[in-house]
Design a protein around this ligand. Structure first.
Ligand code: HEM
Length: 420
């Protein structure tokens, strides 16, 4: 791809990345001609953009997430797992289904944990899709001419997800009046600008993009906490302080104050992001570092690499959540030698209008889980060093081996979970 690029003929002395955007030309137009001022973007006719999941926490009832998480922890108190990853996938599938589609599926029950249950097949279909795309995209692409075995696997996985999404959306449509009035799915179904196909498409996206992403990100965060007991202890103190009563629910206020928990998540996403960086197809010719890059070229930022460079972070390979704390008393400035962290270095959820639509939702789920898990258990790691394997997204390269030791019993209403 880069053989087409040639060094820009005009002398350029800029050291850092330089991008010439449309807006540069546009700015010139405004000055040099007397054209009519453009109308604002928001005036474009047609349906308004849909609610962005991340900004609508009123649609994301914490109480349900908290319930699902506690149900999950009850399971962890009763069973030992050879690999914690599959059960973590189950947790985040349940969070997605409960919150977006407002359907409760008892995902931790014996029936659902069987190989042939809907939830097991959904988790499988999401994984098949996420791991097949990259392989099909690279190489000879014979699937363009005939159906290769991998392409068939992908097609079947997609068809299964679509069938489940369609069933969930249809059943939701039938009993909309009786159930929660403010669910995310309801708001879509009530939107007259949307066709049922749009809503099913959205439900498919949720199922596909919502399971492995949060599962792998959480897996790495738990791994770092298990390997760094002092950091786990700090998170536990925050959890105990914010949730001092046994029965205290996790509220928006609790999460607002969970700054150490958020720093832990950020630091884990710095070391183990699920995506390499942000990929885009250029819509116009640009100049990158003195090279002309033609319109249509695929460019991918390398955040995963730069997040581990000492140019940007002191001790880049160490897990130090304190570097993200604003509070100087915790030495965050000293940790980064007084350097402020460049805002575009860490982009685990991408950037701009096509960034992750569920960022806040994913972060919220992870925060609730970390607070509750540290409140209730001490956990340690008994596997080898955990690395990443890149499928379409980065996945842990070995089974997740945790030992849990319960330090706080569940709330009484969670001790009678007979399904588990
Ligand atoms: C920790 C968890 C997650 C991480 C790290 C993550 C990361 C990302 C990234 C890097 C992108 C590409 C952004 C870009 O190109 O600028 C993305 C897009 C997307 N994500 Fe997430 N994601 C997470 C969880 C979720 C969840 C839970 C859902 C749905 C329930 C979701 C739905 C989507 C969708 C639909 C897109 C495509 C957006 C578009 O193309 O406009 N993600 N995510």
């Amino acid at each position: 791809m880069y053989t087409q690029l040639r060094k820009c003929s005009e002398p350029l002395t800029r050291k850092k990345l330089y991008i010439k955007f449309y807006s540069d030309k546009f700015a010139k137009c405004k000055i040099e001609t007397n054209e009519v001022q453009p109308k604002p973007f928001s005036d474009i006719p047609g349906p308004k953009s849909l609610p962005v999941i991340g900004t609508l926490y009123k649609y994301l009832p914490l109480i349900e997430t908290d319930y699902v998480v506690q149900e999950f922890l009850e399971l962890c108190s009763k069973e030992k797992f050879e690999d914690f990853l599959p059960v973590l996938s189950r947790l985040f599938l349940e969070c997605n289904i409960t919150i977006f589609l407002t359907v409760l599926v008892s995902i931790f029950s014996k029936e659902e944990r069987c190989e042939n249950s809907t939830s097991s097949k959904l988790i499988d279909a999401a994984f098949t899709t996420n791991s097949a795309i990259l392989k099909l995209d690279n190489g000879l692409q014979l699937w363009r001419f005939f159906e290769t075995p991998l392409y068939r696997k992908l097609r079947k996985a997609q068809m299964y997800m679509e069938a489940v999404a369609l069933e969930l959306v249809s059943s939701k449509r039938k009993d909309m009046e009786v159930q929660y009035s403010k669910s995310f799915l309801n708001s879509y179904l009530e939107n007259s600008a949307l066709d049922i196909k749009d809503v099913v498409g959205m439900a498919c996206d949720m199922l596909l993009a919502g399971i492995d992403t949060t599962t792998y990100s959480t897996a790495f965060t738990l791994y770092h906490l298990a390997k760094n007991q002092d950091i786990q202890e700090k998170l536990r103190s925050e959890a105990m302080q914010l949730l001092d009563h046994h029965n205290q629910q996790i509220t928006v206020e609790v999460l607002r104050n969970a700054s150490y928990t958020k720093a832990v998540i950020k630091e884990s996403l710095r070391l183990n992001p699920i995506s390499i960086g942000v990929g885009r197809i250029l819509q116009t010719d640009v100049i990158l570092n003195g090279y002309q890059v033609p319109k249509g070229t695929v460019v991918v930022t390398q955040n995963q690499i730069i997040c581990r460079l000492s140019e940007y972070f002191n001790e880049p390979d160490s897990f130090i959540p304190e570097r993200w704390l604003r509070d100087n008393s915790d030495n965050s400035n000293k940790i980064n030698s007084g350097k402020s962290i460049h805002p575009y270095v860490l982009l685990p959820f991408g950037h701009g209008p096509r960034s992750c639509i569920a960022r806040r939702f994913a972060e919220q789920n992870m925060q609730v889980l970390l607070l509750r898990i540290c409140q209730r258990f001490k956990f340690s790691w008994h596997g080898n060093e955990l690395g990443m394997v890149s499928l379409l997204i980065n996945k842990p390269d070995a089974p997740l081996k945790f030992n849990f030791h319960e330090i706080l019993k569940a709330r009484p209403n969670f001790q009678n979970c007979n399904d588990i």
